[in-house]
Design a protein. Structure first.
Length: 330
């Protein structure tokens, strides 16, 4: 797709109208855009290739490679990649409810138990799927989980630190966000990709973040703070961590004990046979348009089902009872 030379002129290759900025990073800016032919809104990650060093370039190519490979209901879809002389545009699925970090900052009470378990299960399914394709995300954190409220979903995004791994071969690179890293990674040890980026720390902290939002001590940790907490800690799976990651006020005692303990002991990760994936997916304007139209149909169907359920006789009866109780109390 090289050859397109339009940048911030309000349109990309005549296909997307650029709108407001949604976020910024070191080498990239994320903008809202609208597909010219379908009218669908998308998120466009605009990377300035002139600012990339060798390491950042490697991460970028790896991000594109991994995002093309993964296709899952709980992973933000990459519709299209547009390459120009100085810019690379990643056309991405757009959420409608912000990210989990924003939610944490705005809601001190956290999510109720049912919602927390629902979203947590979706994140686990997404990561398990990635590992079956030999893809490891390596940057699980609330900022990289996006809400799709109308569909009742959360989706994993930002594969900037992702990588392909070989089963049985350990990884050595320490990357991702410090506050969510496992002890083995902070200590500079080799690590097994699925085990250490899936079960022990990242997901326990994700469940904790979903369930309690009035104490975000881990988010402000420095390297020294983390190392201080890890001194004398045995990183083996049998270690019993006593850090209160999940609030009893939002998770039942049974759930709190079983979920956290299973993640500590290491028996929650999906160990099914790894699925070999074809890496010959073709991404172009035609497939992007098809995906956008297909997902509009799917989204409208899901929204209609949700509306139908909420308008069912049982729900209407429950609403009537609640109103009646309220009237009697007055």
């Amino acid at each position: 797709m090289a050859g397109f030379k339009r940048g911030y002129d309000g349109k990309i290759a005549g296909l997307y109208d650029l709108d407001k900025t949604l976020g910024r990073g070191h080498f990239a800016v994320v903008k809202l855009a609208r597909h010219v032919f379908t009218g669908e809104k998308v998120a466009v990650k605009v990377i300035d290739k002139t600012k990339l060093d060798t390491l950042a370039t490697g991460h970028l190519f790896q991000e594109v490679r991994c995002m093309k490979l993964v296709q899952h209901p709980n992973i933000v879809r990459l519709y299209e990649v547009i390459d120009t002389q100085t810019k690379l545009y990643l056309i991405l699925e757009l959420g409608d409810g912000g990210d989990m970090f924003d939610y944490i900052m705005k809601h001190e009470e956290g999510l109720n138990e049912d919602l927390a378990k629902k979203y947590f299960a979706q994140i686990v399914h997404a990561i398990s799927y990635c590992h079956k394709l030999h893809v490891v995300h390596r940057d699980l954190k609330p900022e990289n989980v996006v809400f799709f409220e109308k569909q009742g979903l959360v989706k994993l995004t930002d594969f900037g630190f992702s990588n392909k791994f070989q089963p049985g071969k350990k990884l050595t690179t320490s990357c991702g966000s410090l506050a969510y890293s496992a002890p083995e990674i902070l200590l500079g040890d080799e690590y097994d990709a699925p085990a250490n980026y899936f079960k022990p720390w990242n997901l326990r902290k994700k469940l904790w973040a979903l369930s309690i939002c009035d104490n975000v001590c881990f988010l402000a940790m420095t390297w020294e703070d983390c190392n201080g907490k890890l001194e004398g800690v045995d990183p083996s799976p049998a270690t019993k961590y006593n850090i209160p990651l999940v609030s009893y006020k939002n998770l039942s005692e049974e759930e709190h004990n079983s979920i956290i303990q299973r993640m500590v002991l290491g028996d929650i990760a999906d160990r099914d046979a790894i699925v070999e994936a074809l890496e010959t997916n073709r991404y172009n304007h035609i497939t992007a348009t098809y995906f956008l139209l297909a997902e509009r149909i799917l989204r409208e169907k899901q929204e209609k089902e949700i509306q139908t359920r909420s308008a069912s006789p049982s729900n209407i009866k429950a609403q009537f009872r609640n109103k009646a109780r309220f009237s009697l109390s007055i």
